[in-house]
Design a protein around this ligand. Structure first.
Ligand code: SF4
Ligand code: SF4
Length: 457
């Protein structure tokens, strides 16, 4: 491509000043923002059984989710949960388009919060535009400084909360007050805080347009029955200004009065009247804007509305179709599988490690001995007693360990054990089973196999 001399290949993005608008979808968006951000900031402060209710304790390799403690051995559940989350996104996108982007995406909700602080300190859209154009003065400095103080405080609190999901938040707060926070904790807190500040304060729609991979591939999940936000071209065109008293149909005009309010409220700065665009995050602000104009003009609402391509062309929309059926079936199977697996999960893990340093030992009285280390992990939150046994070879017995062992709630007990059998029964290699059973509930029982080595025949 020939580049004109002196011309830059880079075009800096123009700052967008979304106009404030109220309406049904704005209320919905505010409720979603308050609920989601509220949950994010409150959840790490909740307690359960004298510990933090939700804590991803990476050094201890334990995830606490209210009454549930997940261990590295439970990774398949976590993987299944992530697959369900991804599949749900595909399912809801096929049904309702970018509903997640417009109302629940972290980038959207934090940007909403930052714009609210901007409006609080710098005023409405036109006041903000005027302020940015104005030369520096004491008033401008005061307004800009107030905004920065609010933004930075909020961003730092966000970073603190984020780290509070990985390290106990109460202790973290005390450590910060005592200036004794660890290097990595400080790094992640500042990193997440400044990422929030940059993304929600400055990058805003550019994150959706240039950085979000979902925006790029979501169109592959769309079809003509997917709910989208669209301008009804047949009804709106030809667009043009007119007085309220004019019969626009007689004047040969459509319902669009070309007021551009739908463009002014758009957080990504696009014109919905140009058709479906990948920059549209489906926030529905243009619906509220256009409905308010339709109300003023006494025209029916819905010139810009949630619709489907089929519906726009007066064809019927199908909610149940092969794509949604496949997603729904897969989701049902996976969610059912996850619930069943969680409901039947035994809250104890037994690991058996055979002593690799010795094959076997010959003891007096024709006894063969093998050494093992048993690792008993009590996944429940309360201390528990377990009985131990070994089976699989006639006359086999455990030695050097009590019949009953106690393990703390969420604790790991490492137990060296000796297993003995008579020489004539122990010739060769045998498969044996270690069994551990909770003394208070015979249903909580785990069997783990291993090998017992004896002399060669
Ligand atoms: S076009 Fe409408 S729905 Fe899409 S981002 Fe802009 S205001 Fe939101
Ligand atoms: S808000 Fe409605 S009437 Fe105004 S320009 Fe947009 S589509 Fe046309």
């Amino acid at each position: 491509m020939n580049k004109p001399q002196g011309a830059s290949m880079y075009e800096s993005a123009k700052k967008i000043y979304p106009r404030e608008i109220s309406g049904r979808f704005d209320r919905l968006s505010k409720i979603a923002t308050v609920t989601l951000l509220g949950l994010f900031y409150i959840v790490p402060w909740l307690q359960w059984d004298e510990r933090q209710a939700v804590l991803f304790d990476l050094p201890a390799r334990k995830f606490y989710l209210v009454g549930l403690t997940l261990w590295p051995q439970d990774f398949p559940y976590l993987a299944l949960l992530l697959i369900i989350a991804a599949l749900s996104l595909f399912f809801f996108t096929a049904l309702a388009g970018r509903l997640f982007c417009g109302f629940a995406c972290p980038q959207t909700v934090w940007t909403e919060a930052f714009i609210w602080m901007e409006q609080l300190t710098e005023g409405t859209r036109s006041q903000r535009m005027k302020l940015d154009k104005a030369p520096w003065s004491l008033t401008k400095f005061r307004k800009k400084a107030s905004k920065q103080i609010l933004w930075i405080t909020f961003a730092m609190w966000t970073g603190f909360t984020f780290v509070g999901y990985f390290t106990e938040i109460r202790q973290l707060g005390l450590d910060i007050l005592a200036f004794s926070v660890g290097g990595w904790t400080l790094f992640w807190g500042l990193f997440y805080g400044f990422a929030t500040y940059g993304n929600a304060g400055y990058m805003r729609e550019q994150v959706c347009k240039y950085m979000c991979p979902y925006a790029r591939f979501q169109s592959a999940m769309f079809d003509k029955d997917t709910l989208i936000i669209s301008y009804d071209e047949k009804r709106g065109e030809p667009r043009g200004g007119r007085k309220r008293s004019v019969d626009h149909k007689e004047a040969g005009l459509g319902d669009c009065i070309d007021c551009t309010l739908c463009v002014q409220v758009c957080p990504t700065g696009i014109d919905i009247r140009e058709g479906l665009q990948y920059e549209c995050i489906a926030c529905a602000a243009c619906i509220d804007a256009c409905d308010s104009i339709m109300d003023k003009m006494n025209y029916p609402r819905g010139l810009v509305r949630y619709t489907t391509e089929h519906s726009l062309h007066h064809e019927s929309t199908r909610v149940i179709r092969p794509r949604t059926l496949i997603y729904a079936t897969l989701l049902t199977i996976l969610v059912g599988g996850l619930f069943t697996a969680m409901a039947t999960r035994t809250p104890v893990i037994l690991d058996v490690i055979r002593d690799r340093n010795s094959l076997y030992r010959e003891l007096p009285n024709d006894i063969i001995e093998n050494i093992y280390t048993l690792k008993v992990i009590n996944q429940s939150n309360d201390p528990r007693s377990f009985s131990l046994s070994v089976a699989g070879l006639e006359g086999i017995s455990l030695d050097g360990v009590d019949d009953e062992v106690s393990v703390d709630g969420g604790g790991v007990l490492s137990l060296p054990v000796r297993v003995r059998a008579e020489r004539d029964k122990a010739i060769g290699i045998h498969s044996i089973d270690f069994v551990i059973t909770a003394t208070d509930d015979a249903g909580v029982s785990v069997t783990e196999d291993s090998r017992f080595l004896g002399p060669t025949p």
